[in-house]
Design a protein around this ligand. Structure first.
Ligand SMILES: Nc1nc2c(ncn2[C@@H]2O[C@H](COP(=O)(O)OP(=O)(O)OP(=O)(O)O)[C@@H](O)[C@H]2O)c(=O)[nH]1
Ligand SMILES: [Zn+2]
Length: 218
């Protein structure tokens, strides 16, 4: 793995602008070492807030949060977790739109470190191969499980699908609620954010795009 490029360890296969910004030494420590290093930092935050870490309900929180960050919320930073996208030969010659809609999406706002919750819809036009359906969900989850902005997340999923499916004909649409908008700051609980990326025939064929949007109920 060439760690000399920013983000290359995780996203070396993506164009530079689409890589999650990472330090060159991002993968020197093991997950266990990262958890051990993060926990005291979170304990320091709690202490500064005035919380009593000897309370039996709070005592384990620094370790819990560190574990949650490394093994759950930010699992997708680790290149070892990049899903293998399994393809099958398209013997049945299915050449129409395939839509995987309403994929559960949990991510984390990289500006405030609070959740982004929503749904992703992805589609492609099969050529020589079809993809194992669950791999579409796995690709979404892999890129969601990082500190993110929705625009980069949308484009990372699109780029990964184009590369793994071997086709430009890919559409991605994400609709999500940002807790940083809902629960603080502007405190708007009714707005949501939609982002999309249309490539190949989805970019040039308005009828195809319309069919995709109709199938996801837009
Ligand atoms: N483009 C984009 N912006 C985001 C995303 N998630 C959060 N933001 C925004 O990032 C911005 C950060 O702005 P700042 O002014 O630095 O932060 P802030 O003072 O907390 O801003 P407010 O949320 O307006 O209170 C806010 O406008 C957020 O709504 C995202 O996925 N994409
Ligand atoms: Zn935010």
């Amino acid at each position: 793995m060439d760690n000399s490029l920013p983000g290359a360890g995780t996203d070396g296969h993506l164009p530079a602008g689409l890589r999650t910004p990472l330090r060159p030494d991002a993968f020197v420590k093991t997950d266990a070492e990262k958890i051990a290093a993060i926990a005291p930092h979170f304990a320091a935050i709690m202490q500064e807030l005035g919380l009593d870490l000897t309370d039996d309900s709070l005592a384990g929180t620094p370790q819990r949060v560190a574990k949650m960050y490394v093994q759950e919320w930010f699992k997708g930073l680790n290149p070892e977790h990049r899903p293998e996208v399994k393809l099958f030969e398209n013997r049945y010659q299915y050449q129409q739109l395939l839509v995987e809609r309403d994929i559960t999406l949990f991510s984390c706002c990289e500006h405030h470190f609070v959740p982004i919750v929503g749904k992703a819809h992805v589609a492609y036009l099969p050529a020589g191969h079809v993809v194992g359906l669950s791999k579409l969900n796995r690709v979404v989850q892999h890129y969601a499980r990082r500190p993110q902005v929705q625009e980069r997340l949308t484009r990372q999923i699109s780029e990964e699908l184009k590369q793994s499916l071997g086709t430009e004909d890919v559409a991605v649409l994400i609709e999500a609620d940002h807790l940083c908008v809902m629960s603080r700051g502007v405190n708007d609980t009714s707005s949501s954010t939609l982002t999309s990326e249309y490539s190949g025939r989805f970019a040039t064929d308005a009828a195809l795009r319309g069919e995709f949007l109709r199938q996801i109920g837009k």
